[in-house]
Design a protein around this ligand. Structure first.
Ligand code: FPP
Length: 241
């Protein structure tokens, strides 16, 4: 598909439907998650082709700890395996990996995998892949508020000096542009505690396809839909220019 303008700088993806995909194929839920890796690769390829600079994947939410232990364990195993197996390709493609979320709850093994992939891909300059892990927006905001309150209590920050820029800088996503487009697969139309602050002016796209069936062509379609949207950011007429 030809390149369509404008191109979003940052696309955030809620990879939904792995469980339903597994059920439809008579497989275990964990196999549905494993089948969700290739669509991540396809998304990165398509994003690079279009010149998208940031792709954020909602890979494990703070709420996901409540799933059956076998499923959580399988996701952690998948995470560690993928970090090891994908790193050389990511390096070759110039992809930098950044993790958002509270990694303190992960095992030592998972934490060191995450540290390693961030360090090993730090030189990547074509695209930043952000993995949201043990992430939820309310938890991210809670942690940011704690930090800012600590600074204020220590006398290093005047409460009235806390503006939007200051809050954004205290979030896990500091330094990144806000998502322009949020894609959620499987037909569900919810944000599910994902980037609530950052997605204030994002466009939303909800294809019916289950995540394991998401392809480069699906990503192209999402960008074509995005290109036709009229983003106004609360402005009208001449004030938009
Ligand atoms: C939602 O589908 C998907 C997840 C909770 C996990 C997404 C993870 C991957 C795509 C694998 C890559 C991530 C890691 C951690 C390596 P669901 O299970 O809620 O699907 P359902 O709604 O059909 O049950």
């Amino acid at each position: 598909m030809s390149i369509v303008e404008p191109i979003p700088q940052h696309v955030a993806v809620i990879m939904d439907g792995n469980g339903r995909w597994a059920e439809r194929h008579g497989r275990e839920r964990a196999e549905g998650h494993a089948a969700g890796i290739e669509p991540m690769r396809a998304t990165l390829r398509a994003a690079q082709r279009h010149g998208v600079k940031y792709v954020t994947f909602y890979a494990f939410s703070t709420e996901n700890w409540g799933r059956p232990a076998a499923e959580v364990d399988a996701l952690m195993e998948l995470l560690c395996c993928c970090v090891a197996s994908e790193t050389p390709d990511l390096q070759r493609q110039g992809v930098r990996v950044r993790i958002i979320g509270d990694r303190s709850r992960f095992s030592e093994k998972v934490r060191s995998s995450l540290d390693r992939i961030e360090a090993d891909t730090a030189a990547g300059e074509t695209l930043t892949m952000v993995l949201a892990l043990n992430y939820s927006s309310r938890d991210e905001l809670r942690r940011a508020v704690c930090r800012l309150a600590g600074e204020a209590a220590a006398g290093r920050l005047a409460p009235e000096a806390i503006d939007e820029r200051c809050i954004a800088a205290a979030l896990d996503t500091h330094g990144m542009p806000d998502p322009d487009l949020v894609i959620r697969t499987s037909g569900e139309q919810r944000l599910s505690n994902f980037l609530l602050w950052q997605a204030a002016y994002a466009e939303f796209y909800f294809p019916e396809v289950l995540w394991p069936d998401f392809t480069e062509e699906e990503f192209d379609r999402a960008l074509a839909v995005y290109a036709r949207r009229d983003r106004r950011f609360g402005l009208v007429g001449e004030t938009r220019r």
